[in-house]
Ligand binder design. Structure first.
Ligand code: PMP
Length: 403
């Protein structure tokens, strides 16, 4: 991977802040966008902007073709059967709400759903809302040494478990969960297996057939694509059975004043005018990732992680979190005596962007007994030098606080 060449594709990274090179280490929140993505969106608006599935005119036909191609390319990217299994949503959060509402409506009172204690709010809150509508019990598998406690997960799975929904990678700890094993446990009980792949899809190859996921969700903006475009994958046999979440235009085949019939997959789940520009931008992001190859991305991040963990542990008073061994490019840490927001603020003065706070996973923070956490997260354009700059910035923060 030629990092300098990759960096030259990202206009934002070529800017300076306070006269300093931008060191963007907040990729788990969202990634930067290469010019190929920006140009694809610009081209759509300048050359063939029109609504999809509605017009005989040449503009609408071209927009529809590109929009549908993006579904097909996404299907290929995750090894789905075809475009019918790919629903575009706003983001992972909307996809998880669709799942909890729609799959949730197929559950009966007394059924159980099994989640884990390392879930993002997007894979907790929609299920809690479901539990307000139905008498459903939500259980949470424990975490042990930064990893999912598989024994506990097995123990909490029983004949009442109808859905197991887990994150494939934690956005706080970087932990990679053994989704294929969890899938087997779910299938043995006849439960549906749902995967939140928001943190995994940008960093590793997703193969929905190998995982044997019934439903799986991820966000375009975390993998070089624009904001406002997410993916909900579903096995077509299951999606056929599930009721739609949002209803109205485009998701119907016929409407009378008495009743309506649903459109074919995937359009049954895409109500209203979709994010056409977002889908086209996402298509360009997938091209970009495919060209670099996911295995190269993984190897680059692993190299950065190995260096960062070693480098940061040299700093006295630093505490790091997460499991030993491979993880997605996430480095969570705290410095004794300094609040994570202060660390982030001091790094920001040197144009180093990290994240601080609870990272939309408050239950995990409660479990770890910490209020706030600093998090550096890496992607394809990050370098060893940027990690050094961060380490120097942390030392500076310590000096300012007299630690
Ligand atoms: N799940 C995980 C594991 C995530 O990392 C994120 C985003 N940080 C989400 C869900 C939610 O994604 P979005 O905000 O794009 O809906």
């Amino acid at each position: 991977m030629n990092i300098e060449k990759i960096r030259s594709d990202f206009p934002l990274l070529l800017q300076k802040h306070n006269g300093k090179k931008i060191k963007y280490l907040d990729n788990a929140a969202t990634t930067q966008k290469p010019k190929q993505v920006i140009n694809a969106i610009k081209k759509y608006y300048e050359k063939y902007n029109a609504n999809v599935h509605r017009g005989i005119n040449f503009l609408s036909q071209k927009a529809t073709e590109k929009f549908e191609d993006a579904h097909e390319k996404t299907a290929e990217f995750i090894n789905a059967k075809n475009y019918k299994e790919i629903i575009f949503t706003n983001n992972t959060t909307e996809a998880m709400n669709t799942i909890a509402y729609s799959l949730g409506s197929m559950l009966k009172n007394g059924d159980e759903i099994l989640l884990t204690k390392m879930e993002h709010h997007a894979n907790i809150v929609p299920w809690q809302e479901l539990a307000k509508r139905k008498k459903i019990k939500i259980r949470f598998a424990n975490i042990k040494n930064g990893k999912l406690d598989m024994e506990d997960l097995k123990e909490k799975t029983n004949s009442k478990t109808k859905i197991i929904s887990v994150t494939m990678a934690s956005n706080i700890l970087g932990t990679i969960n053994p989704v294929e094993k969890i899938s087997k446990i779910a299938k043995e009980q006849g439960a549906y297996f749902v995967v939140d792949a928001a943190q995994a899809a940008p960093h590793t190859k997703i193969n929905v057939k190998k995982i044997n996921a019934d439903l799986l969700a991820f966000s375009g903006h975390k993998m070089l694509g624009p904001t406002g475009i997410g993916v909900l994958y579903g096995k077509s046999e299951l999606l056929e059975k599930m009721p739609p979440f949002l209803t109205g235009g485009d998701m119907i085949s016929t409407v009378t004043l008495k009743q309506s019939r649903w459109n074919k997959l995937p359009w049954k789940f895409e109500a209203g005018t979709p994010n056409i520009a977002g889908a086209i931008g996402f298509d360009a992001a997938l091209d970009y990732l495919k060209k670099i190859k996911m295995e190269n991305i993984e190897a680059h991040e692993q190299k950065l992680m190995n260096y960062a963990e070693k480098r940061i542990k040299e700093i006295k008073g630093i505490e790091t979190y997460g499991p030993k061994g491979p993880k997605t490019g996430i480095l969570p840490f705290n410095i004794k005596g300094i609040h994570a927001h202060d660390v982030a603020g001091i790094l920001d003065e040197d144009a180093i962007a990290i994240r601080s706070g609870n990272h939309c996973a408050q239950p995990l923070m409660q479990e770890m007994n910490i209020e706030s956490l600093a998090r550096a997260s890496f992607y394809i354009y990050n370098t060893i030098e940027e990690i050094d700059s961060m380490a120097i910035g942390i030392e500076k923060a310590k000096k300012i606080f007299g630690i």
